[in-house]
Design a protein around this ligand. Structure first.
Ligand code: ZN
Length: 287
């Protein structure tokens, strides 16, 4: 099942496009994409049944035409967790040691944006980080490895855009702030539920500039702390809430670790993908 935010309305993917959830459900579920997480299990059950029973109902069609705004699938998460240094090759290019605990920071929710949305580059050195993003579907406190995945509603594609000067300004680094300018957390284009994946622990991910070379390409099976381990360690401290996001870290190939260094510039179009989840496209523009 694929869930999207089309012009600010909760939408469900089907073969010929999208259906409008508020219309199709007769108002049982409101139009706000965030409303799906008030009771994710009930929403997912209703959606599966509706798609099976009335897959082509034209009355509920949403037109995601060229003018439609593709918002973040989860526009207002209560919490956004992000993990640094979670791929061995990225730790090596950063010249650091393999961490014994996940390096956790947040991307403040005002940094969220969606597929196709342009990002205004602030002053500084703005870098790319292609990431798999988890969307939490069930309240989760002190998860075990065995039940960790059962708390996940689905997966989406994310970019952990990072202004490196502010991020690395001392004496203690400013990860959360340097990664939270408006538009620095593109997610989407859809939330894809776990039943769509043969193995959600092993998905190719990467990014490139449109018309240019591939910048990052790896597999999520190369994570140091895999998805169950991240959920165990985060939920050992913080209860994870339905609609929360977890950016799970980026593989090697970031611009700041290149020789010479390379950063995003106005006019660049950043393409980010995760196998089976989708492809995000975000143009960069000057401030
Ligand atoms: Zn990151």
């Amino acid at each position: 099942m694929r869930v999207a935010n089309i012009d600010g309305r909760l939408a469900l993917g089907r073969a010929d496009g999208y259906l409008d959830v508020a219309g199709a459900s007769g108002g049982r579920f409101g139009p706000d994409p965030q409303a799906a997480f008030a009771d994710w299990d009930a929403f997912a059950r209703w959606a599966q049944e509706y798609l099976a029973a009335a897959p082509d109902d034209p009355a509920t069609s949403l037109d995601p035409g060229a003018g439609a705004v593709r918002g973040a699938p989860v526009p207002r998460p209560a919490q956004v967790f992000a993990i640094g240094l979670n791929y061995r090759d990225h730790v090596a290019e950063a010249g650091l040691q393999i961490p014994e605990e996940p390096a956790v920071f947040t991307k403040f929710p005002t940094s969220l944006t969606g597929h196709g949305q342009s990002v205004t580059l602030p002053e500084g050195l703005v870098d790319w980080e292609a990431e798999l993003v988890l969307v939490i579907g069930r309240h989760c406190h002190r998860a075990t490895r065995a039940n960790a995945w059962s708390h996940v509603a689905g997966l989406t594609v994310g970019q952990d855009l990072s202004e490196r000067r502010l991020q690395l300004t001392g004496p203690a680094p400013q990860f959360s702030l340097g990664k939270s300018y408006p538009g620095f957390a593109p997610t989407g284009p859809e939330l894809v539920t776990l039943d769509e994946f043969a193995d959600p622990d092993d998905l190719e991910l990467g990014c490139m500039l449109e018309g240019g070379e591939v910048l990052q390409k790896s597999r999520t099976s190369n994570m140091i702390f895999d998805v169950p381990e991240l959920i165990v360690r985060l939920s050992a401290v913080c209860p994870l809430l339905p609609g929360d996001l977890v950016f799970t870290g980026t593989p090697a190939g970031v611009g700041g670790a290149r020789t010479p260094q390379k950063f995003l510039a106005p006019g660049d179009i950043l393409i980010t993908w995760v196998e089976g989840v989708g492809t995000l496209r975000n143009p960069m523009r000057g401030s």
